[in-house]
Write a protein that binds this ligand. Structure first.
Ligand SMILES: NC(=O)C1=CN([C@@H]2O[C@H](COP(=O)(O)OP(=O)(O)OC[C@H]3O[C@@H](n4cnc5c(N)ncnc54)[C@H](O)[C@@H]3O)[C@@H](O)[C@H]2O)C=CC1
Ligand SMILES: O=C(O)[C@@H]1CCC=N1
Length: 279
């Protein structure tokens, strides 16, 4: 795994579960020595920082059947170019980057290397991830199946055409952030109704966790579970009316469209997409 930040770290945490049947140790690389140091002494992971060893990425992929590129989108093609000659001839390369087409990665790799795009999310950390995967032109069914098996070890997988991967990013890749934002805003609203921050947090978090568990285990869909809470002429109904009047459906359409637009901007690999100060 090249790059172990927020997303790579979540996938790695899921893969490190002893119940996951993969070859170990897992070779990972990081940018800084401090990031690599967190794995010092681990038996199941070998971590080397490119800051310490300029050859770290090339060394890490040598002999690997499966390589995950988990660096920022504007670094992915350079990372692929860097490891190109060190890859095993039959290697499968997975990119989790938003907005980087498989063709851009294939263009810098030797022929015969299969490229698969994956759009996971951070609950992979707990084995509860949702990942969309799409094979590039270079990926045959076996390569796609291998990547599917990989991400199934950290959650569920949906195979989509590459034309839909930006939409997967907008829905489930970024989705945890929308839910966390909802929690933040609900806590703020609860505080403004007079609860202490601690009480507001308890009320909101336990509600979200309990509701998610119901969604997972009750066998009922979200609309029915909502109806179960919403007594006709009761109190919930009044709040739902306010949310409907505010146009939640249309708001989500706009939010997802903005997310996809950003993926499309990243597809241009424009230097303008690189935040100031980032490598
Ligand atoms: N964070 C998320 O929820 C999701 C992120 N992604 C994708 O995952 C990728 C990584 O995103 P994050 O984990 O959020 O970013 P991040 O910045 O947390 O992690 C990237 C890591 O790559 C390391 N790195 C940078 N250059 C490197 C190099 N040359 N060699 C080895 N390691 C290097 C950095 O030190 C950093 O730890 C992005 O392409 C993003 O589009 C996809 C789905 C969800
Ligand atoms: O915000 C991002 O660019 C990444 C892609 C999907 C989730 N996080």
């Amino acid at each position: 795994m090249i790059g172990v930040g927020s997303m790579g770290g979540a996938i790695l945490a899921g893969l490190r579960d002893p119940g996951v049947a993969i070859a170990r140790p897992i070779a990972v690389t990081t940018h800084s020595a401090a990031s690599a140091a967190q794995f010092a002494g681990a038996a199941d992971v070998t971590a080397v920082a490119v800051a310490d060893d300029a050859e770290a990425n090339r060394r890490a992929v040598a002999g690997a059947g499966l390589v995950i590129l988990a660096v920022k989108p504007w670094l992915v093609v350079d990372a692929a170019r860097e490891i190109a000659e060190a890859l095993d001839p039959g290697a499968v390369v997975v990119s989790v980057a938003a907005g980087v087409p498989s063709a851009a990665i294939e263009a810098v790799l030797p022929g015969g290397i299969a490229v698969v795009r994956a759009m996971p999310n951070t609950p992979a950390h707990l084995g509860r991830g949702m990942t969309g995967i799409a094979g590039g032109a270079s990926a045959d069914a076996a390569a796609l199946a291998l990547v599917q098996r990989l991400f199934e070890t950290v959650g569920q997988v949906l195979v989509v055409p590459e034309s839909q991967i930006n939409d997967v990013a907008a829905v489930s890749g970024s989705g945890p952030a929308y839910l966390f934002y909802y929690v933040e805003e609900m806590i703020g609203a609860a505080e403004r109704r007079g609860f202490t921050p601690e009480a507001a947090r308890q009320l909101v978090q336990q509600t979200v966790l309990g509701a998610a568990e119901l969604l997972d285990t009750s066998g009922e869909d979200a609309a029915q579970l909502r109806r179960n809470v919403t007594s006709p002429k009761g109190t919930t109904e009044q709040a739902i009316f306010v949310l409907q009047d505010a146009g939640w459906g249309e708001l989500f359409d706009r939010a997802l469209a903005a997310n996809v637009r950003r993926s499309e901007e990243l597809e241009g690999n424009s230097p303008a997409c690189r935040p100031a100060g980032s490598p």
